[in-house]
Design a protein around this ligand. Structure first.
Ligand code: SAM
Ligand code: SF4
Length: 326
């Protein structure tokens, strides 16, 4: 089945946030203190996530990304992934991680059938990384990346949230990572999630980054492939890897948005910035797969034309990225 929304977009990508817990506390994702966690009973079980995944594939989803919080901190994640991989019709199973546990888990992830991993990494300097993540050890992430490479994950994606005055002086260093390695380094515009005042001052528009990088390197645009994400990709002349720009703020890609999201507590969201009030729990509790599929179709139909976080059209409202999963 193909699921086309009200604006003609094919909805074929589901992001499942399997936990709101995380071993890091990135400054742009969680407050320093007082992180509100869901009670254990409110978090969906793996069986429930599996049913959502099956129902989604039945209505046209082809790619599932597992995210969090940090998905690798949830017990039993490998068995869960291996089960998802068996769903007939699912073309791509992928995962986003902060990389801290990849050193230990890369091999198991690959055996479970995960096709690719995205690793979030915002600095190549130990002290800056420590500050952004409020305590993270950069060496663990480097070890995780090395393990993922050795295990055979190809074209690893490294996602950097660029913040002016915090880490934007490292974009050339990040881009240089793609010269000799087949990494896809993607620069993500900072999104306001914590209701900060003057959040715009932290955000570095993708265009500015392209200009900065073009002063140093000759960049060529790379063509889009099916089921690729929203990044616009370029290649440094002679490089083996790619660099990408994800620009949800300066140049929204809503017209091509193909995704729905389910949070760790079962709320389904048709847009990262919507209020996401619809819970899948009633549909999971009644055990009826047809009504679960209908609920998911309804959410896809509710997908807004575009988000309203542009040019001061709306105030940023507080939302919890670690529960939604990015
Ligand atoms: N813990 C995993 C990780 O960090 O990759 C998965 C969950 S994390 C919420 C998913 C993605 O959201 C990460 O790439 C992270 O950088 C991104 N993210 C979180 N808060 C963000 C923000 N305020 N602006 C832009 N990206 C953000
Ligand atoms: Fe944790 Fe990922 Fe959020 Fe960082 S971005 S606090 S690693 S969930």
């Amino acid at each position: 089945m193909t699921n086309i929304d009200t604006y003609g977009r094919k909805i074929n990508y589901l992001r499942l946030s399997v936990t709101d817990l995380c071993n890091l506390r990135c400054s742009y994702c969680m407050p320093a203190q007082g992180v509100k966690k869901h009670a254990h009973k409110d978090i969906l079980s793996y069986e429930q996530f599996h049913r959502i995944a099956e129902a989604s594939v039945a209505i046209g989803v082809e790619k599932i990304r597992i995210t969090g919080g940090e998905p690798l901190v949830r017990n039993g994640i490998i068995g869960f992934l291996a089960g998802l991989k068996q769903i007939p019709g699912l073309k791509k199973l992928v995962l986003t991680t902060n990389g801290v546990f990849l050193g230990e888990m890369a091999g198991e992830l690959r055996s479970a059938g995960v096709e690719s991993v995205n690793i979030s990494l915002d600095s190549l300097r130990p002290e800056v990384f420590f500050r952004i993540t409020r305590g993270g050890d950069l060496n663990r992430v480097f070890a995780g990346i090395a393990a993922a490479e050795q295990t055979g994950f190809k074209h690893l994606k490294i996602n950097m949230v660029v913040m002016r005055g915090v880490n934007d002086d490292e974009v050339l260093d990040f881009a240089a990572l793609t010269i000799n390695k087949p990494f896809n380094v993607r620069f993500i515009e900072y999104m306001p999630t914590l209701k900060e005042k003057n959040w715009q001052s932290l955000m570095v528009p993708g265009d500015e980054l392209i200009s900065r990088l073009s002063e140093q390197y000759q960049l060529t645009k790379v063509t889009y492939e099916a089921l690729d994400g929203p990044a616009v990709n370029y290649q440094i002349q002679g490089a083996v890897g790619k660099i990408g720009f994800i620009t949800p703020i300066s140049s929204h890609f809503c017209q091509d948005c193909n995704r729905i999201r389910v949070t760790s507590s079962g709320t389904v969201k048709s847009c990262l910035f919507d209020d996401g009030k619809m819970s899948l729990k009633p549909y999971l509790e009644n055990g009826d797969d047809a009504s679960l599929q209908e609920a998911l179709l309804k959410v896809a139909k509710m997908k807004p034309h575009r988000h309203a976080l542009m040019s001061g059209e709306a105030d940023n409202h507080l939302f919890n990225m670690s529960q939604i999963g990015g």
